[in-house]
Design a protein around this ligand. Sequence first.
Ligand code: ZN
Length: 219
Amino acid sequence: MFLGHYAVACTAEPAEPAISLGTLVLAAQWLDLVWPALLLLDIEHVRVVPGITAFTPLDFYDYPWSHSLLMALVWSALFAAVALGRRLKPRQAALLGFAVFSHWILDFVTHRPDLPLWPGESPRVGLGLWHSVPGTLAVEVTMFAVALAIYTRSTRAIDHTGSWSLWLLVATLAILYVGSIVGPPPMDTRTLAMASLALWLFVPWGYWIDRHRVARPTS
Ligand SMILES: [Zn+2]
């Protein structure tokens, strides 16, 4: 899943306005932020198999450290522990931990059964929403639209930057999303890994938006 992870970050923001949107993007996308680094280090592997799902030609045959159920739980616990170490409230640490784990749940819904439960010999799971392009679009676009409505209703821009930085993010995510559907498959996995590292940009982008928006008072 792609847009759905950003939807989680936007939806979680009003629950804990003290946590920056950037931190929530970091948490919700963490598994996909680690993944390209592990590909480049030759620790995890992916291959391009056109037609393997209707939505993506990527065959995620080896990614236990970023995307197994066990490691998703470990990453979630680490995030919560670091948050507590940085003196966030337990509720805030729990929210960040859950945001990390939400990534695995959403990937479980979208991926074909390629998600291992633990590193090593393990059953693989996935509900395979990606076998349907209309189904994937319906779920992800709805999630993202609802999340954006929640976010814009619970925060307001304090200057022009607070507005256009957000809408520029939405436009960029939309272009990347459409590009991933209609564009050609990646040339090779190294190029894919390098391009995927660009997902890190959305973390500082989230901090940037957050600095120019404040929570609306709840009535
Ligand atoms: Zn993922």
